[in-house]
Design a protein around this ligand. Sequence first.
Ligand code: PNS
Length: 159
Amino acid sequence: MARRAIYPGTFDPLTNGHVDIIARGCQLFDEVIVALLVNPGKSPMFTVPERVEILNQVLTPRFPQVRIETFEGLLVDYCRQREVNAIIRGVRSFKDYEYELPMVLMNRRLNPDVETVLLVASEDNSYVSSSLIKEVFNLGGSIDGLVPDLVIERMRQKQ
Ligand code: PNS
């Protein structure tokens, strides 16, 4: 049976840190579903269709076993719906671990059949986050090498 995992997130925008975790997930699983949370509560830089398009353009040529999907509601319900029993999350630091642990335990309580796999990001990306990328970019700083080139191009188009 194929081993499948869901890598959820908001990806606003996709960073090289995300790409690094996806590459690591692809070493462990036959199929990785990159699941974009549709969250009307947030005011994102990129719309959901824009983010899906970026994810597709960057990830599909590089990782044949990746699928891009969107989801709403509880992540564990989406896992059940897609018949996936593994969630991938990336951790860069103890701070991330502290953020992830309650989610891991809550998701386990909600659906004990789903296991979360925490993958440690490469040290090159350990300080890269979508929010920091947006802040630095909006203030005119360079984000070269921290996000895929397509993301920089699309962020410039937003200016
Ligand atoms: O990229 P992010 O913001 O770190 O991703 C957070 C995400 C999407 C993984 C998390 O907010 C999530 O799973 N949301 C779906 C709603 C849900 O299941 N909430 C309960 C989590 S214990």
